[in-house]
Design a protein around this ligand. Structure first.
Ligand code: ADP
Ligand code: MG
Length: 385
């Protein structure tokens, strides 16, 4: 059944009354990985998998939450909001309430049912979808009047403070600003953005979920951020105006970093190249050249695996297997690395055969069945009932 309707019906069964139902999608990122914290460019899209919240005021001082996913319900007072370790799913909702309160908006009691079909913890940002759905719905029922961009920033802070994840702004931005058949070229420094038409013309976007998350992920992420900062400092000795790797050319990286530290050189060269790949990818889309776009995705994977060193055996395997099919015109790991999904552009007619065979070889190699999700760029957060 239609997911929005299921969530609405669950609401009516539990709470009675007519709720507002808000849909907020998960997201993919086509290209531009590890560029966000370097003031760079990213190219995300909202997808046709989403979180739905049904919400209505309840004339009390209590928040009552029901999760379809966890078959669970929780009641909390509005004056006692703190992150919960026993029911982590509530943090993505209550963290948003907390952010409204911090901005001196009066949130009174409400009932909320949550459900959806964004795979959890797979790197499609179900967490951002929950936050954005909640923020949008509360803004609506309490008429707070915040803009979409303000809601994005509020949702991001909810993730920082209640989920304890210091994420960039891309996930929430893509969820809220998504547009069907378009990707969003987002400048992570200025937050300026343009929609770039993404005409898939017979190709499909397929994600393979490795179903692994190696414990190295967080330490490596922090280490890469430090390495990029060290690189910037080395360049600043000769070019004091440089603020981040966004401001830097490849020849500056070679001139200032290569003679000093080869590891930092490799990391920074990857980032500078990746930022320019986002520009090239947008040019390719604007001239309807998906082949070039796909090649850039392969190059990104190569860079993430060899130079930035944030891939892992499972992700490299998924890419190498996919590459064996001429129908796969582009593929790369997506997200921070050391697990999560790969994103693949596959000719529609060959999609089933390619995904079946990649699935089989992954099973044989790792005795794990990968998740397979086909997704389409879709609309951002909206009220739908
Ligand atoms: P990702 O954002 O990559 O999907 P995270 O670990 O950041 O992974 O967020 C996943 C968490 O978000 C889940 O463990 C759960 O707490 C919460 N969440 C996501 N979707 C839902 C949902 N439909 N209902 C309740 N909680 C959800
Ligand atoms: Mg998340």
């Amino acid at each position: 059944m239609d997911l929005a309707l299921t969530v609405r019906n669950t609401f009516v069964q539990h709470f009675h009354g007519e709720p507002v139902v808000v849909r907020s999608p998960g997201r993919i990122n086509l290209i531009g990985e590890h560029t966000d914290y370097n003031d760079g460019l990213v190219l995300p899209a909202a997808i046709d998998k989403a979180v739905y919240v049904a919400v209505h005021k309840n004339n009390s001082n209590l928040v009552r939450l029901v999760s379809q996913e966890y078959n669970d319900q929780v009641e909390v007072g509005l004056t006692e909001l703190v992150p919960s370790s026993s029911k982590p799913w509530t943090n993505y909702i209550l963290g948003v309430v907390n952010q409204f309160q911090k901005r001196n908006f009066t949130v009174t009691g409400f009932n909320l049912v949550i459900g959806g079909d964004v795979p959890l913890g797979a790197g499609l940002s179900s967490s951002a979808a929950v936050e954005c759905a909640t923020a949008y719905a509360l803004n609506e029922i309490f008429s707070f009047g915040l803009s979409r961009l303000e809601l994005v920033k509020l949702a991001q802070l909810a993730e920082h403070e209640f989920a304890g994840v210091k994420c960039g702004i891309m996930d929430q931005f893509a969820s809220v600003f998504g547009k069907p058949n378009h990707v969003i070229k987002l400048d992570c420094r200025s937050l300026e953005y343009v929609y770039v038409p993404f005409d898939l013309s017979g190709y499909k976007i397929v994600l393979f979920d490795s179903r692994v998350k190696h414990s190295l992920a967080l330490t490596a992420y922090n280490k890469r951020r430090e390495e990029c900062e060290s690189g910037v400092q080395l360049i600043q000795r000769q070019y004091p105006d440089v603020k981040s790797l966004r401001d830097v050319t490849l020849s500056q990286v070679e001139e200032c970093i290569k003679p000093v530290d080869l590891t930092i050189f490799k990391r920074c060269a990857y980032v500078v190249e990746e930022i320019s790949r986002v520009e090239q990818a947008c040019e390719a889309l604007n001239s309807n050249d998906l082949d070039t776009f796909g090649k850039l995705m392969f190059q990104t994977h190569e860079g993430l695996s060899q130079a930035y060193e944030v891939s892992c055996a499972e992700l490299d395997f998924l890419i190498n297997e996919a590459k064996k099919f001429p129908a796969v015109i582009g593929a790369r790991m997506m997200g921070g690395g050391f697990g999560g999904c790969t994103i693949n552009l596959i000719a529609g007619a060959e999609m089933k055969r390619a995904t079946d065979l990649v699935t089989l070889s992954y099973q044989n190699q790792f005795t794990v069945t990968p998740g397979v999700y086909q997704v389409t760029p879709s609309a951002g957060t909206a009220v739908i009932v």
